[in-house]
Design a protein around this ligand. Structure first.
Ligand SMILES: [Zn+2]
Length: 100
């Protein structure tokens, strides 16, 4: 009779322990899933934001405007060849001014 009680107690403890372990595992798993979805969400957000807001072209060689001296990115600058070498202009105005 006492032995039965002890077995019952042990089984209750074992079941509660198992439940705790399962709870920890499932919670950890759900946290993992949550982290994964959040990461993918932030990735999507950054992708969409980079699409909508185009960052200014900071990469590339800077060239001084031949007319006013303003530095412009070579890929964005207006170019003209003068005496066999390429000269850069920040704007059409500068190009026209220098040509005049
Ligand atoms: Zn200029």
């Amino acid at each position: 009779m006492v032995r039965a009680l002890i077995y019952a107690l042990i089984s209750i403890v074992a079941i509660s322990f198992l439940r705790m372990v399962i709870g920890i595992i499932t919670r950890g798993f759900s946290d993992l899933m949550k982290e994964e979805t959040e990461a993918s969400r932030s990735q999507q957000a950054s992708a969409s934001s980079s699409k909508s807001t185009k960052p200014p072209p900071t990469r590339g060689e800077l060239k001084a405007c031949h007319a006013c001296g303003t530095y412009v990115v070579a890929s964005q600058a207006l170019t003209a060849s003068s005496k066999g070498e390429t000269v850069y202009y920040c704007s059409q105005e500068c190009k026209a001014r220098n040509a005049a």
